[in-house]
Design a protein around this ligand. Structure first.
Ligand code: 5GP
Length: 197
């Protein structure tokens, strides 16, 4: 009998300021065969962000066209901009047997869970509301209005964290990285090598 070779889909979500980017990078460094799903967005690139690495930066028109053509595995409007995951890329990676990491918001996670109910979902919690506020404000890349919007959104997202299989508090970066690595490892070792179903 030939087993279907299929990769696992991991989702990491966190409110702005919870340290998700750093955690994602650490995870990708540790699991160097894992593929990172580079999202598409209509927001402006920040300083130091590279197209095709951090995001694929596209116009609103292009984004809307892909909604019509049903090219997104999920998409959401976050802080006034559109963000989406390419369905074609996602399916290609999973079919090839590789594992993929999605760094998406709660709305996107709900959509992915409908299509891929076996996805392994992890929510990162910031240690305390004051720390979240400080981190968002000290980022300095956003206007005051944008920072306020990010804070409100963070509260809404945290209220939905029970949707996720795992919740990790990013109190201490090294400990949070170790915890996420052990969660991912738990799923990877459960799966017999070569037979990934
Ligand atoms: P930022 O603009 O700070 O990079 O990201 C803002 C939010 O958009 C983050 O919560 C991030 O997880 C979310 N996000 C990034 N890419 C995607 C995506 O492809 N789909 C969805 N639904 N959310 C995304």
């Amino acid at each position: 009998m030939t087993a279907t070779i299929k990769g696992s889909l991991f989702i990491l979500s966190a409110p702005s300021g919870a340290g998700k980017t750093t955690l994602c990078r650490a995870l990708m460094k540790h699991f160097n065969e894992m593929i990172y799903s580079v999202s598409y967005t209509t927001r402006e690139p920040r300083k130091n962000e590279m197209s095709g690495v951090d995001y694929h930066f596209i116009s609103r028109e292009e984004f809307a066209g892909k909604i019509k053509e049903e090219k997104w595995a999920e998409w959401a409007e976050v802080h006034g901009n559109y963000y989406g995951t390419s369905a074609g890329f996602l399916n290609e990676v999973l079919a090839s047997g590789r594992d993929i990491l999605l760094d998406i918001d709660v709305e996107g996670t709900k959509q992915i869970l409908k299509r891929y109910p076996d996805s392994i979902t992890i929510f990162i919690m910031p240690p305390a509301p004051e720390i979240l506020r400080k981190r968002i404000e000290s980022r300095g890349t956003d206007s005051r209005e944008v920072a306020e919007r990010r804070l409100k959104n963070a509260e809404r997202e945290m209220a939905q964290r029970d949707l996720y299989r795992h919740i990790v508090v990013n109190d201490n970066l090294d400990e949070a990285v170790a915890e996420i690595i052990s969660i991912v490892e738990m799923y990877l070792v459960r799966r017999p090598k070569g037979v990934r179903d």
